[in-house]
Structure formats: C-alpha cells, structure tokens
Write a protein that binds this ligand. Sequence first.
Ligand code: AMP
Length: 508
Amino acid sequence: MSRIQTSKFHIVDQANFYNLQLTNGETIKHLNAYWVQNQNQKSFVLFYSFSNDGTLELKPGDIAELTYELVGQYVLNENPKQSVPFYQIKSYTKREKDASFQKKIFDFSHTVGNRLNRDINFENQPVVIRVDFNVPLDKHFVVTDRTRIVAAKPTIDFVIENNGRCVILSHLGRPKGAEDQFSLKHIVSQVSQVLERPVRFCEDCVGEKAVEEVQKLPLGEILLMENLRFDQKETMGDLDFAQKLSNLGSVYINDAFGTAHRAHASTTIMAQFFPNKKYFGKLLESEILAIDRILKTGKPPIAIILGGAKVSTKIPILEKMLDIADHIIIGGGMVYTFKKAQGGSIGKSICEDQYLEYCLEILAKAKEKGVHIHLPIDTLAASDFSNDATQKVFLSHQIEKDFEGMDAGPQTVEYFSSIIKQCQTILWNGPIGVFEFSNFAQGTKTIGQTIAEQTKQGAFSLVGGGDSVAAVKQFGLANQMSYVSTGGGAMLESLEGKLLPGIKALLT
Ligand code: AMP
C-alpha cells in the first residue's frame, strides 16, 4: 500500500517540535510542522522540514491540497506508552483563504458552567478533589513549604461551605510501590493545621474499604486518601483504576494544577466518569486566569524574563513569546549560547553548542517581528562553579578562558531593570544567575525586587515555571508579585500555549 496520500486540509497552526524521539530509537532534533484539519474536522500534525523544496509558505487560515508520506512513528508519551505517526509533506497546492478561519485557542470564558464561583449545593454528597499535596518534607516528615496545601484551601472551604463531603486525592513523590516514606499519613496533622479542619486518613485510595470510609465521613471533616502513586496504574492513566477512583464520590473537582499536564488516572482519565459533575478547582482557575493575563489579555508593553540553565528547555516558550512579548530579557546560563553564537568568547561558561544556529535564528525572527531581545552587557564570572570561587566582572562576550559566567553584572542588572520599569505585564521564568550561591544571587534578587516595585506601580507580574519561584520565595518577594504559580512543568506547558490534558478533560 502506498504511504503517499493527497488530501485537502485547513492549516490550523504552525508548530515546532524538538528532540522528537522515534519508536525506532532515533531522535530528531528539530522539525517544523503544521497542525491541520481535514474535511471531517479530524486533526493531524504534518511535518515538513524534510521536504526537498525547503520552506512552505502556508499560513494558518489557508486551505491547501497536501501530498504527504508516512515516514515513521514518534513517542508521544512514555507513560502510558503512546506513539503517533509522522508525515513529510512532499508537495502542496495552495487553494484559497478560509474566510471563516479563527485560530483555535482555549477560551476559559466558555467554562463558567463548571467553575466554583457561584452557589452550588453538593447536598451532602462526597466530592472527590484531586489536589497537589506533593510537598517537600524533611527527614522528620515536616513539611518545609506549605504553599501547595494553603493553595488548596479555598476549594476545600468552598466544598464544605456548600454541603459537600471532601475526599482528597493526591500523590507524593515518586514511590515505586507502597513505600512508607511516601505515605500521605505523615502529613495528616499538618494538613489539618493549615486547613483548620479535622482530617481523617484512609490507607487505601480505591476499593471497598476506601468507599466505606467515604460513607462514614461526616460533613465538615476531610478524608485524605493514601498516595495515588502507590499504584502504578495512576501514572499509567489506567481506565479501570480511574473508574475505581470515581466510585469515591459523585462530583469531581480538579485542583491539582501542578499535575494538570499529565494524563494520569486521577488528573485526567477519571473526569469522564462525571459528566456534568466536574469542576475546575479555585486554584486551577486562578492559574488559568493568570496565564490568560499574559497570553491573551496582557496590557502592553509585555516583558518576559527568561533565565535558567539551558536554552534547550526554554525553546517552546521562547518561540511562543515571540508572538506575545514586546521585550524578551535573557539571563542565566542561557546567555552564553547566545553570546557564543554571536562570536563572543565565553570562557568555560555553560553552553549548548548544538543550539548556536538556533539562537541566531531566534534573534533574526525577533527582529522580523519587532520584538526586542535583550542580552546582558556584563557578567559576574567565577574561576569555578562554587560560591567561594574567585570573582571577576567581564563584558559578557569577552569572558577569559578560565572563568565561567555565574550572574548578571552590574551594568546588565541596571539595563534589565530599566526595561522592566517600562512594562505593564511581566512574566518571569528562570533565575538570572546561580542564585543558590549567595555570592552569585544578587542579579536574580535585584531583578525580583524590580519586578516587585513595578507590580506596586500597577503592573501585572507572573512568576512561573522553574526555579524563579524558588528564588522569589528565598528572597521573601513572593507576596509582592501579582501571581506566583504552584506548577512547574504545567505552567511552562501552558505558557507555550498548550491545552493541558487535565484541563481539557474538564471541558469535554
Ligand atoms: P531552570 O530549571 O532551567 O530554570 O534552571 C535553573 C537553574 O539554572 C538554577 O539552578 C540556576 O543555578 C541555574 N543557572 C542560572 N544561571 C546559571 C549560569 N550562569 N550557569 C549555570 N547555571 C545557571
């Protein structure tokens, strides 16, 4: 059978895929792609960077006849294992513009029906709430950061105040089976303290005993079920396990933003067992609204500050921000791949040589789109990667060979701050330097303080994804930001413009 096909498609969007892992074990570094939809409204992804004729000039909103060939399968998801075919576009004929075309984006304003912002009477029914109590614990099982428990309180209070009986599901850590150190029993009294309500504990999260405990639960008390990940079926997204979880209640609320990017049994799959009885938790709602204030309703000028160690992990967000931001400020270890790409000397600073060309492409794309990318002027460098190493300030493109860039230099901090002070919407993702070392934390701290000041002046600021959240907490700046996200990967993926599976499951 021929692997070449021809069909008419609507071009819905353009996309870039990086480090695509193929089922035959190979990896493809970068592929350009189109999201397309056929006449029956079925969606496909068609890749084109293999095509002989180089670039295709199709744009979202075009209708085109595409001739494409099945090339292989790539791994969509390791757990549960899922693979997806991928195609190379061989040729195309551009037909026409689709007059009714509207770029498909998730519109949260269409979800009012399943939000918790109005009177709902749960009528004494058990309400299953998936929260994210994956909190850090010290060796005595003391919760060292209670943010995630505090963040779940508004939803739990809402359910109890509206006559629901709260059954709480969560994971903790990455146990391999039922490992005592990952039991949620260790945090019961601390959860109770934060929520200011009695909390019972159930040693199972599915099965007869679990259902019995739910039946015995009085109104006003909370039942915390054992760690979902004691059963591997949770992360496998097992349908049968999800159905068993659904037996715990008659209403489902997802308030676990931190795991909303995973199609696990409790975060996504079980939602289907609650048609018309599934809701966005209040935390999930506020995370989505914060993201919307950047991606959709951000008041210009919009700045994004991208830092952290590597360019490679920030590519999708960088691409997305080219369509959103007026200013992109680049800090952290990412800087040196850009500086080297521009011909600078970066000493022994962290660098991803395979992304040099990509950095130049991004700079060119930004120029084309009128987005200002700001790179550091000077760098505080160190003789080795330690707090007590010898320090020296260099121009960021002239770092001596025995030194490595560790933090933004004084001129850079001033320059970056002057940009931030012009902006009304600010997104911060990734630290400006190695802030974990006190001698190299100043850049990150000052940028944090400048964002806090600008927030006081009325700007909207979102700190999300990665270590910038840890940084604002460390510097005591968290409550001076408009919003600090509780989700790492989930926030990053949302900012890339993806509709997370946990959110999608509440919509359908
Ligand atoms: P990410 O998870 O990508 O946001 O990366 C955060 C990490 O980047 C932090 O642990 C920082 O210490 C690290 N980082 C920031 N600046 C640098 C730098 N100049 N060199 C190496 N690592 C850095």
